[in-house]
Ligand binder design. Structure first.
Ligand code: COA
Length: 699
């Protein structure tokens, strides 16, 4: 990876003298980016020299060690070039050429990987624009220029988008460290890059544009580790494309395609950006700001409107605006007219100049009770925004590294210039208070993630052999589990389900009811009676033996009358389940990340309310706690307008479903809905388990 991303020597294979060809442009970019000419080797069998540099007919003829070969020849020639790389012991190749997996040539791409693996060559691409490295000063791409140097690593699965993003960051004054086009990811993928940059001292944040992840397990393992050292921000496109597929379970239809990514990002401490703008807003904040030492945020403004918008944005982002103590208020009053305000937002008024900004900001930066500052500025005719920006930079530099300061300058061209100046000087700056508050809040959330405990994996003891037996039988018969098999399976994992005994006589029914405990339900057991209520085949809430006897004979009589000829195999005795708070617990196996566990409000309207959250198994205690807290029904369990319910018992069910899904990957979906939660304990009332490839899947 070092050879690929921090090369000392570079060969360009396909270096043409024709200025319109990509091989020519890449060579020219490498030279113009300041990379030493004597360490660049153009390769082309047809010419002796390109752009004044000696050209070699093949990699094999180069008499120097080559770290990186950038390959820009047609796809059909690439395997041969790669073999030369292997023979010549070139450690890394960036393959620009298109014409592989992206157009269906899967076999050709597999062949590349095989050659590379055998020869010990790492491949970036194919189908990429190349890479830019500002540390060694190298533009090995056909992107038009180097970015401004900064601490953000930008990785893009789409090459064309990388070009757009580069131009965008240039315009905004955002500094980048590396720009890497990922392309088809035949070998090097986003996880390898995260791993590499976690150890790079220059990299302060890793911003990625991704359309999808292929190796979910590796991604989670790497991201979880790296994000505790370096912030990772991902803009993940393609949110809904798989959601349209027919999905069989409730959990599956609620998950769609995006829930797994959302869950994985949360579990791994990855900051998710919704669009290009937020990708860089968050990257700026995470790359530049020191960790806040506490929750007290102060807004400094020269206009009431901006201040109020800022306060609203803080509330929305769950940032805590500090109550200003009297001694701090009187220190601030010195920097405002009598009609200013020392309530937070602190309003210096439209009279404020750079002097007032500097003075009041110094007071805030010097006060240990203040932990983060949002500086807002609305452009009045009397003041040049750049003067204020310079004052902020001077003031922050004085106490460098102490506390996070973000800014929003609202106005036209002059404010845009001031914003760019602030960014170039290490202060995340934006054009609206909302963006500034969101960027600061992201820093808080990331700081929380870094400090949160890693969590313990929840293990459940089970009799796996019995569980295996139930599944094997259904698989042999090519069907999903029946309701009673599903109940039996989950009960082996410790999930309480209603007990059910089939009694063949009144005596058996009475003793079953005694063992289950009253109240009970009696139900006819018959393969011929589908609608039990209509056939009078069910009696609820039976409180004692006398009522049971009546019910027992009542059912037999009424089934005989209403469903003549129906086979009666016995009378089922089960407990009369009280309704508790209805929650749903489920699992849908995601093809990239594995079992996706769901928790949320239960009942018939789960899909309508969508009060659900997801995490990928194996779950830790932290995952379970966080996923439950994300839902509204959690507040009901905690005792919203009623007695608190047994949250712990639900956590045990989540742990059990997680374990069951990991133990048997033949299970595609689990739906427990409703799970009734009581003040003590819970009960899985309805359980459905579906198997992969089962012909009855979804019925
Ligand atoms: N070693 C070195 N150079 C070789 C060679 C070899 N074995 N065989 C041929 N060449 C030379 C060619 O002679 C040519 O040089 P010349 O102009 O002096 O004749 C040069 O390599 C390039 O080959 P050419 O056949 O002219 O291809 P090209 O430049 O038109 O296209 C690619 C090559 C790689 C750019 C093109 O195939 C491609 O994939 N384009 C898409 C790139 C892209 O968009 N990537 C993804 C972005 S998201």
């Amino acid at each position: 990876m070092e050879h690929l991303l921090r090369p000392r020597t570079v060969a360009v294979v396909g270096a043409s003298r024709d200025p319109t060809k990509i091989g020519h442009v890449i060579l020219k970019n490498i030279i113009e980016s300041g990379f030493p000419r004597e360490r660049v080797f153009p390769i082309n069998p047809n010419v002796d020299e390109v752009l004044g540099i000696k050209c070699y007919p093949s990699l094999k003829e180069v008499p120097y060690e080559i770290d990186l070969a950038v390959i820009a020849v047609p796809a059909s020639i690439v395997p041969r070039v790669l073999e030369d790389c292997a023979e010549r012991r070139v450690k890394a190749a960036a393959i620009v050429s298109s014409g592989f997996k992206e157009v269906g040539n899967v076999e050709a791409e597999r062949n590349l990987l095989e050659i590379a693996k055998k020869g010990g060559v790492r491949i970036l691409g194919p189908n990429i624009v190349g890479l830019i490295d500002t540390v060694v000063g190298l533009n090995a791409s056909f992107l038009p220029y180097l970015p401004d140097r900064g601490g953000i690593v930008m990785v893009s699965q789409s090459g064309a988008l990388a070009a757009g993003l580069l131009a965008w960051t240039k315009l905004k004054g955002i500094g980048l460290l590396d720009v890497i086009s990922l392309g088809n990811r035949a070998d090097v993928d986003e996880s390898d890059l995260m791993e590499f940059f976690s150890k790079d001292v220059h990299a302060k944040a890793i911003a990625l544009y991704l359309e999808g992840v292929e190796n979910g397990k590796k991604f989670m393992e790497v991201a979880r580790r790296v994000s505790r050292e370096k912030p990772i921000i991902i803009l993940k496109a393609g949110k809904g494309w798989r959601a349209a597929e027919a999905v069989k379970s409730h959990t599956g239809s609620l998950a769609g395609s995006d829930a797994a990514y959302d869950a994985v990002f949360k579990q791994c401490g990855i900051v998710r950006a919704g669009d290009v703008r937020t990708l860089f807003d968050y990257a700026l904040s995470l790359a530049m700001l020191p960790d806040p030492k506490g929750e007290n945020v102060v807004i400094l403004t020269n206009g009431g409107g901006a201040g109020i918008m800022g306060a609203d944005a803080c509330e929305e982002q769950k940032l805590r605006l500090m109550d200003i103590p009297e001694d701090l208020a009187s220190a601030l009053r010195k920097w405002m007219p009598s009609f200013g305000s020392v309530l937070n937002p602190i309003d210096l008024t439209g009279m404020a100049t750079e002097k007032e900004y500097y003075g009041s900001l110094s007071v805030l930066l010097g006060d240990e009770r203040v932990h983060a500052i949002i500086t807002l500025f609305s452009h009045p005719a009397t003041l040049n925004p750049m003067n204020v920006a310079e004052a902020i930079v001077r003031c922050v530099n004085k106490v460098k590294g102490d506390k996070p300061v973000v800014a929003a300058f609202i106005g036209g061209k002059e404010c845009e210039d001031a914003t760019r100046f602030l960014i170039k000087n290490g202060i995340p700056a934006f054009d609206t208070p909302e963006r500034a508050a969101a960027a600061l809040a992201t820093k808080y959330r990331y700081a929380y993630y870094k400090s949160r405990p890693k969590g313990k994996h929840l293990e459940v003891r089970v009799e796996k052999d019995k569980a295996y037996g139930i599944l094997a039988k259904a698989l042999r018969e090519g069907r999903n589990l029946t309701q009673s098999e599903s109940c039996e399976l989950v009960s082996l994992y410790g999930i309480p389900t209603p007990k059910k005994i089939v009694a063949k006589s009144l005596e058996e029914a009475l003793s079953s009811a005694e063992s289950i405990g009253y109240p009970v339900v009696l139900e006819v057991e018959s393969p011929d009676v589908v609608h039990k209520t209509e056939a009078g085949g069910i009696r609820l809430n039976i409180k004692d033996g006398r009522e049971l006897e009546d019910a027992y004979y009542g059912i037999l009589k009424s089934v005989k009358e209403k469903a003549p000829g129906a086979r009666v195999e016995g009378i089922v005795v089960r407990p009369f389940v009280r309704e508790g708070v209805q929650v749903a617990v489920g699992m849908h196996r995601d093809e990239v990340f594995g079992p996706l566990i769901m928790f949320g409000s239960g009942g018939a309207l789960v899909e309508l309310y969508r009060d659900v959250s997801f995490r990928v198994a194996p779950l830790t205690d932290v995952d379970v706690d966080e996923m439950m807290r994300e839902t509204k029904v959690y507040h009901v369990l905690e005792g919203f307008r009623d007695a608190p319910k047994d949250v712990r018992s639900v956590k045990e069910v989540l742990a059990a479903v997680s374990q069951l899904s990991l133990d048997f990957d033949v299970i595609s979906d689990v739906d427990i809905n409703p799970l009734f939660v009581y003040e003590r304990g819970c009960m899985a009332f309805d359980v459905k388990i579906m198997l992969k490839g089962s012909s009855l899947c979804g019925t």
